[in-house]
Design a protein around this ligand. Structure first.
Ligand code: URA
Ligand code: SF4
Length: 225
């Protein structure tokens, strides 16, 4: 593909595992620091910086998106662009307290295409191989945060967390229980906020309402404080 970032014939993808800190030293702050050096796949090279996570490292609810976008890549913080603003508003509307929320992405570097230097960078969906390469970070941070409920935002997060055959459109909006390294966890899948933004204007409010309704399911799945 012309202009595909990291479009070498055979990209190096050893996966992130070798960049993780030693077990026992995998708190979120240490993971975040270690991720700055990750070369687990080729996406690090054209990106500005790694975008690790934000929010409450002891949060009861984790929101997992796809990958940082253009603005997130520039600022080094997830969900600060248009999709992030929509998500933040939807989270509030669903009655989820900010101090309960940890936000992260399945892939930690921005994948994009660019026709020429200086041109607009256009989002490119990460491949299954990028998701696989980056998954050690996601697994380690979720083990560290140990949230009660994980909200899966869209297909890429679904693939990372619930496997390649998971279909968000079919399985959104209800609690899915899965065994994890930290015991049985609850997952709730929903639309990605970017998908809401891409919905034609006449259906966009309905799509946004659907996202809020699914977030309410996640909120209800949290135990009492
Ligand atoms: N979309 C995502 O999935 N994550 C971000 O951080 C921003 C936009
Ligand atoms: Fe490492 Fe993930 Fe970035 Fe690839 S996308 S270099 S695996 S942090």
């Amino acid at each position: 593909m012309p202009g595909m970032a990291g479009g070498a014939d055979k990209p190096e993808r050893p996966g992130a595992e070798q960049w993780l800190p030693e077990p026992g030293h995998r708190d979120v702050a240490t993971l975040r620091e270690a991720a700055t050096g990750c070369r687990g796949c080729e996406l690090w090279e054209p990106a500005t910086q790694v975008v690790f996570s934000a929010g409450a490292t002891g949060g009861r609810l984790a929101l997992v998106g796809e990958q940082p976008g253009d603005q997130e890549d520039r600022r080094g913080v997830p969900f600060v662009g248009p999709a992030g603003r929509l998500l933040q508003a939807a989270v509030e509307e669903a009655g989820i307290a900010r101090e309960d929320v940890y936000v992260t992405n399945a892939v930690k570097h921005f994948r994009f295409t660019q026709q020429a230097p200086g041109n607009r960078r256009i989002h490119a969906t990460p491949e299954a191989a990028h998701v696989t390469a980056c998954r050690p970070w996601l697994a380690a941070e979720l083990a560290a945060v140990d949230p009660e409920v994980v909200v899966v935002l869209g297909a890429t997060a679904g693939r990372a967390l619930l496997g390649p055959s998971f279909r968000v459109t079919k399985e959104r909006g209800h609690v899915i229980e899965r065994e994890t390294s930290r015991g049985t966890k609850r997952f709730v899948a929903t639309l990605h906020p970017s998908a809401v933004l891409r919905t034609p204007p006449e259906q966009r409010d309905a799509a946004r309402d659907g996202l809020v309704a699914d977030l309410r399911v996640a909120a209800a799945a949290l135990g009492p404080r």
